[in-house]
Design a protein around this ligand. Structure first.
Ligand SMILES: Nc1nc2c(ncn2[C@@H]2O[C@H](COP(=O)(O)OP(=O)(O)OP(=O)(O)O)[C@@H](O)[C@H]2O)c(=O)[nH]1
Ligand SMILES: [Zn+2]
Length: 353
């Protein structure tokens, strides 16, 4: 298997050359747990540990290798591998960690495509989809919406229309993973050397899709897990799989929600319709409440813009502004920490001399 089969390209080759380390080899992280990684290099394929320096220098966990990352590994004579460097990321899908804390968590790195999977059953929810598309918009990856369980839907055309009204230019692919319908279109999106990450609520059908694309069971689906609840314990993990067609697919089981991480800029892509209207308002700082010459209110009144769509925009905007305030306070704190850390190193080095 060549590195290209795993998505290696000029961008990473250049970054790797800059390390000027002939004793290191490039490899891609296919699985990342707390301390143990699985990597795929040209010749090495297996577990890898993380060099202490990398761990100590990381101020946040987002600076540690994540699934999809390209790293430089050092292989020992005994056959072990250690990650010595993390190559720059071309794109990164992040979310805020679950719970009350504000902290970036990398869902997947170096992804070209984010597949948002939504079931056409009780999972169908346009507001949640808007949230997903907003969360993705700063990743640098292209989104597609996969509407699964067409076999349970009576009026597919209507549902697709609703999705398009909020997904705008994002492609919408209907499929039934249970029956294998529409799968070729998904396979075509995740083309040779391209990396996709699959996100969506629990039960949307992510594991079913992965197993179908791979032609074997690699992730337990809910059905099999239910059977298993009575017996063995199955752990699920984020992992990158290479599809028979050549693409790479990262599953994200256990991620219940893609908590927003980006800033207000996220809205310019996901809510391009609202923002385009806002640009036509008479006042630049228009709050779209009752201002004269407000193009957004005018669009609401003549039915061009749905009230719910504007409401979503407002809710997400408020949330992102709040998040930005917290993030900048945190950045300042981290900068301070970095400086203290540097000072301390200088001090201990001097003492040794
Ligand atoms: N009717 C129907 N059911 C489906 C389809 N795809 C998946 N399912 C069922 O939906 C349930 C959930 O599927 P999973 O693949 O486990 O869902 P998941 O997204 O991986 O869920 P988590 O692992 O919890 O994140 C299972 O019972 C599947 O058999 C489909 O196209 N049609
Ligand atoms: Zn306005």
């Amino acid at each position: 298997m060549s590195l290209q089969d795993y998505g290696w390209n000029e961008f990473f080759a250049e970054a790797f050359d800059k390390l000027e380390a002939s004793d290191l080899d490039p490899a891609r992280v296919t699985r990342a747990a707390a301390n143990i990684f699985r990597v795929r290099g040209e010749t090495y394929h297996g577990q890898a540990t993380l060099a202490g320096k990398l761990r100590h220098d990381a101020v946040t966990s987002a600076e540690l290798p994540a699934v999809g990352d390209w790293v430089a590994i050092r292989c020992s004579a005994t056959g072990d591998a250690r990650i010595d460097a993390l190559l720059p990321r071309r794109s990164v899908l992040s979310r805020n960690v679950a719970g009350a804390r504000t902290s970036e968590q990398v869902v997947a790195a170096n992804v070209d495509l984010v597949i948002v999977m939504m079931g056409l059953d009780g999972d169908f929810n346009l507001r949640r989809l808007e949230r997903y598309l907003t969360a993705i918009s700063e990743s640098g990856a292209r989104p597609v919406v996969l509407l699964n369980k067409t076999d349970l839907c009576d009026d597919l055309a209507a549902r697709v229309g609703e999705v398009k009204s909020v997904a705008l230019d994002v492609p919408v692919l209907p499929a039934s993973c249970k029956h294998g319908d529409g799968i070729e279109a998904v396979r075509a999106e995740v083309g040779q050397g391209r990396t996709a990450v699959l996100v969506g609520s629990s039960g949307a059908g992510k594991s079913t899709l992965i197993n179908l694309l791979l032609g074997k069971t690699v992730q337990p689906t809910r059905q099999t897990r239910e059977d298993d609840d009575r017996g063995r314990h199955i752990t699920t993990h984020r992992e990158m799989f290479r599809l028979p067609g050549g693409g790479l697919l990262i599953d994200s089981p256990g991620i219940r929600e893609l908590q927003l991480w980006g800033g207000e800029r996220s809205l310019s892509q996901a809510f391009d319709d609202v923002e385009a209207l806002a640009r036509a308002c008479r006042f630049r700082d228009c709050g779209h409440q009752s201002e004269a010459g407000c193009a957004v209110i005018a669009a609401l009144e003549n039915g061009v813009l749905a009230a719910q769509r504007l409401e979503s925009y407002r809710v997400l905007q408020k949330e992102l502004r709040h998040l930005e305030t917290k993030q900048s306070a945190q950045r300042a704190q981290k900068q301070k920490w970095r400086e203290t850390h540097r000072e301390y190193r200088r001090f201990t080095k001097k003492r040794r001399e």
